[in-house]
Design a protein around this ligand. Structure first.
Ligand SMILES: [Zn+2]
Length: 119
């Protein structure tokens, strides 16, 4: 299968990651905020978050990113108990920088908000 290298160079993994990490912490503690959330770096309402749990478990990765200024943070994480993966997200498309995830951020936001309402 042809595989096009993903260009992650536009994405910034800088000091803003500490601020974005706060969004993840909130997601663990209680009702997560509605997405998109306000960006602590550029103030646009363009912050999205996604967990990806491996099949049959809760271990996986987490991403928080801003579509506007392209700050992001990514790491290994257990997904919160309320989380369900979005079926449309292909595991093979996931990279450290949220290139594929940002392309479907509207669906990810809707998925996140629906999980919060039902949780
Ligand atoms: Zn931003």
């Amino acid at each position: 299968m042809a595989h096009t290298p993903v260009d992650e160079s536009a994405w910034q993994d800088d000091d803003a990651r500490d601020l974005l990490q706060e969004t993840l912490r909130k997601a663990w503690e209680g009702p997560a905020e509605r997405m998109p959330a306000q960006c602590p770096r550029c103030a646009h309402e363009a912050v999205h978050a996604y967990f990806h749990a491996r099949p049959g478990g809760r271990l996986g990765g987490c991403w928080v990113w801003c579509s506007s200024c392209r700050a992001y943070t990514h790491g290994s994480s257990r997904a919160p108990a309320w989380w369900r993966n979005l079926e449309d997200v292909e595991e093979s498309s996931l990279t450290a920088a949220p290139v594929a995830l940002d392309a479907m951020s509207a669906r990810i936001d809707a998925h996140w908000n629906a999980l919060r309402r039902g949780g």
